[in-house]
Unconditional design. Structure first.
Length: 453
């Protein structure tokens, strides 16, 4: 980061910008797109469409104080049972609308903690899905695993549903950091969860790590990374802690005086990335790493990587159907988000309906800008010729924005090369701020986001 003036850099590190897991971003979804629209969009999917499913389980046995996910703690299982009954009903309703000629290519169980479900409920959920939808023979089945949940019976359930891919939450191995975020999890427990998943069929294991947490230093983050590398995960996601206490009240349990500042966060993420790359991993996009043979690394090298609500993915399906409260889907016509209030979600699907609370119908310009933002987030570059080929009507306006941005930066962060616009290697940590330059909504938006790095 030598070419960027000091003041501008620190301003940008603390700038608040979206993570661009969608465009437009979720704060711009609105209630004008509701269940009736979704019903039409689902019914219009052509036969033979390959789809991905995302199932959201908004429960955890305990609450980590740093968590920004859509979840809640429950000590009793009754609410989970009621929720699962509704989820089964929603599966049937959606499957009836899309018809039998739709092929499921991937399923992702996320949360919250899907592994807090009883083993029999995990198996029953999978059975209902397979009865309702036609699965491709090689469908990916991925599961977010909370290592503290795991026992033999749960691993057996994951093997029974054909899990192929898992992602384990680690965050940090330092006991002092773990105490400050209410997330105790020993290295040995994590090791046994990785081994358990691999021995039950997971071909690819991801570990989630987080920097910018309370009490972390460059040295402590490096120590966590070195421990994680001992487990030889196929992928590592390295997230910057998003401190959003105005949105997640339990984060007020974290004293802001314990948090590293923007410069320290940047140093932690830089050092962590260096150690992971020295360990033989390829840096992927903003915050992921993968072994060179992993499908995400292959997708990156061949320009086929994508970004969706789960982050970076090699899943190139055009249709993502979200199931469960708060889940977000993407169809060719736009985005759909289910009601985040579980009670309301259960009532709506219980009556045999859909439970959309808001969404967004794409304009042609949204698709063009969304394409540029996705390519920047995935490839750190985009081709003007490709933009003009895909979106001829909107390319001139967007390229004018690109030239203005590259001019503003005088080549430090974003530059025009002979046949493409690129985020410079030094500018990569700031790719979200570059993407924001193409976001017409940001100029009018009122949403608050987390720090850029
Ligand atoms: C749904 S959880 C993963 C599965 C499981 N619940 C667990 O914690 O092991 C998703 C991941 O999001 C990340 N995450 C959650 N809250 C975050 C925050 N405030 N800032 C950055 N990353 C966060 C964590 O790395 C976490 O593992
Ligand atoms: S980090 Fe995972 S286990 Fe912790 S509260 Fe969030 S979703 Fe639940």
């Amino acid at each position: 980061m030598t070419t960027t003036p000091e003041v501008a850099l620190s301003d940008r590190l603390s700038a608040q910008v979206p993570r661009y897991t969608s465009y437009p971003t979720a704060p711009h979804f609105h209630p004008g797109v509701a269940s009736e629209t979704y019903r039409q969009w689902l019914s219009a999917l052509p036969a033979g469409t390959g789809i991905s499913l995302y199932l959201h389980i908004p429960y955890c046995d305990r609450l980590c104080w740093f968590c920004a996910c859509n979840t809640r703690q429950t000590r009793q299982y009754g609410p989970v049972t009621r929720y699962l009954a509704a989820l089964h009903k929603e599966i049937d309703t959606v499957a009836a609308l899309v018809g039998p000629a739709i092929r499921v290519r991937s399923v992702h169980f996320g949360g919250g903690s899907p592994t807090m479900l009883l083993p029999a409920d995990i198996v029953a959920l999978d059975r209902r899905l397979r009865q309702a939808f036609d699965y491709a023979a090689d469908a990916e089945i991925s599961v977010e695993i909370e290592p503290n949940d795991m026992d033999e019976a749960r691993f057996d359930a994951l093997a029974a549903i054909g899990m192929t891919r898992v992602s384990l939450g680690v965050q940090d191995f330092d006991p002092k950091v773990q105490a400050a975020i209410n997330r105790e999890q020993s290295f040995e427990l994590t090791r046994s969860a990785v081994e358990g998943a691999r021995s039950r069929g997971a071909r690819s294991v991801n570990l989630d790590l987080v920097y910018g947490l309370p009490h972390q230093t460059v040295a402590s983050v490096e120590a966590t990374v070195r421990q994680a590398l001992q487990l030889r995960p196929d992928r590592i996601a390295l997230f910057g802690y998003a401190h959003v206490p105005w949105f997640k009240k339990h984060q007020t349990m974290i004293d802001e005086a314990w948090l590293p500042d923007a410069r320290e966060r940047f140093a932690q993420s830089t050092r962590a990335g260096e150690v992971i790359v020295e360990g033989g991993y390829e840096a992927i996009g903003l915050d992921h790493f993968a072994l060179p043979g992993d499908s995400l690394a292959v997708a990156m090298r061949t320009g086929r990587m994508h970004r969706n609500f789960q982050g970076y993915t090699d899943d190139d399906g055009e249709v993502l159907i979200g199931l469960g409260s708060s889940s977000i889907g993407r169809l060719p016509q736009g985005y759909i988000q289910n009601n985040p209030a579980t009670g309301e979600y259960e009532r709506q699907v219980g009556e045999g309906g859909l439970a959309v609370s808001r969404g967004y119908a794409f304009s042609e310009e949204d698709l063009a800008r969304g394409w540029v933002i996705e390519r920047l987030m995935c490839d750190f570059a985009f081709s003007p010729a490709e933009l003009a080929r895909l979106f001829p009507a909107h390319a001139p306006g967007i390229l004018a924005d690109a030239r203005r941005l590259a001019g503003d930066d005088r080549g430090a962060v974003f530059a025009e090369e002979h046949d493409r616009f690129v985020v410079t290697p030094e500018g990569r940590p700031l790719v979200r701020t570059v993407a924001a330059g193409f976001d017409t909504f940001l100029r009018t938006g009122k949403a608050r986001h987390s720090a850029a790095v």
